[in-house]
Design a protein around this ligand. Sequence first.
Ligand code: NAI
Length: 307
Amino acid sequence: MTDIRFDGRVAIVTGAGGGLGRSHALLLAAHGAKVVVNDLGGARDGTGEGGSAMADQVVQEIKDAGGEATANYDGVDTLAGGEAIVKTALDAYGKVDILVNNAGILRDRAFHNLEEADWDAVVTVHMKGGFNVTQPALRVMRQNSYGRIIFTTSAAGLYGNFGQTNYAAAKMAVVGMMNVLKLEGAKYNIIVNTIAPIAASRLTEDVLPPQALEMLKPELVSPIVAYLCSEECTESGGIYSVGGGYFSRAAMYEAQGTFIDGDVTPEQVRDNIAKITDMAGAEEFANINGQTMGRIFPHLQKGAPTQ
Ligand code: NAI
């Protein structure tokens, strides 16, 4: 098998001034990609003046290792920022082949105490940020009939975590975005996947035990990002849990369920709850049609009682 290479490919990694993004950028560059290292250099909660130091440092690391990189300091939280990030790639390297949506902030608080500003800031960076950078990048990818896009979700969104309603909601939003973009991008060889990482970074340094942090190097997450961004990757629309050497696909499944005919009563739902919730034979659907056309409509056409 040949090595995975990105020679001639142009990658954007958002929030690449530290943590996971830095690791992704270094790995893509080490395998030949020209990388736009985006980071606005703020604090972990998105506050602060920001600045160029974080992105510049990573660009320097890439250059010192013999790679090619350009810094960008715009925020992903506005469309103008997203457009400027993509423009940096176009001005420096003429195209965009790979986009890793990684930038993120945290403002954890129990839902009943959450301020609107904490909701807005987190949703803006993670969810709207996904739109702001991906739309201008995808327009370029469509023209070139080639693209690899990564979103970054979280187990907090997939499975739940106390104190993170804003973050969890925003992180599931990017899964929804991926589910649609995998369909819209397919014709243009644009492949879209999502990672749910766990790694030591400033986001996790005070929530994970020190022994765990030592084993959760960001460098153990980036290899799957590189694979999913490679030409040979044909999987699209996947969610991958990854960290500490663990790699696993996560997916949405729907139970076989049951049909209740006629005017359905709450009591009938109660009496069928075991069938409704039985996950034996549960299915994953490639798109909405698989579910509605495959499951619901055939039954309606048959009008068949199943109880
Ligand atoms: P980090 O704080 O080290 O990296 C995030 C980077 O994004 C920072 O360098 C920050 O300056 C940058 N950033 C923040 N707002 C930005 C904006 N508006 N525009 C441009 N850049 C911005 O944290 P980490 O852990 O490396 O996080 C990377 C991604 O992985 C985030 O999306 C995070 O939510 C996600 N994630 C991380 C997990 C972990 O265990 N570290 C767990 C699950 C998800």
